[in-house]
Design a protein around this ligand. Sequence first.
Ligand code: PRP
Length: 176
Amino acid sequence: MKEEVSVLIDEETLIERVKALAEQINQEYAGKKVHLICILKGSVFFTCELAKYIKVPVTMDFMCVSSYGDGMTSSGCITISQDLTIDIKNREVIIIEDIVDSGRTLSYLVHMLKKREPASLKICSMLDKPDRRESQVVVDFTGFEIEDHFVVGFGLDYAQRYRNLPYIGVLRLEEA
Ligand code: PRP
């Protein structure tokens, strides 16, 4: 199979939108501290970029969650291979995701993390595919709503590759 990537959201547009999301967070959390939970691995680039522009005090933690196999569709089975290292009780928590697709991962995470009694729990996602939703989740901060393309780059992978692209691209597989 030949793999072709075409640019969907270029680097400049992406960074401008990340800055705008950070500004929204700065306003909403003025006078407070935020605790960012980066959902590995896809969200690592987005979390780091976003954190650079947040002006209220930031703490960060990482959770490794995966729902996709090496293919292009969700396996439907959510696995947590690394849990948080910092207690979230009484913290203003924002879960940072690269993409919301079926919504199953976030529904599961929200349900699980609410039991740990954070002061608040919000969701920030770089991308959202609302047409694919199967589990309802409220995304509080969204970068871009996109159509049902298979996207890679800025953290998003295909078979663990392409995460390092500095833009969001659409991957097409063609018979060689
Ligand atoms: C992706 C993405 C979300 C989830 C979204 O993770 O980062 O966590 O899938 O899909 P959903 O809304 O259908 O649940 P993935 O399992 O590909 O792991 P990765 O971040 O390590 O690439």
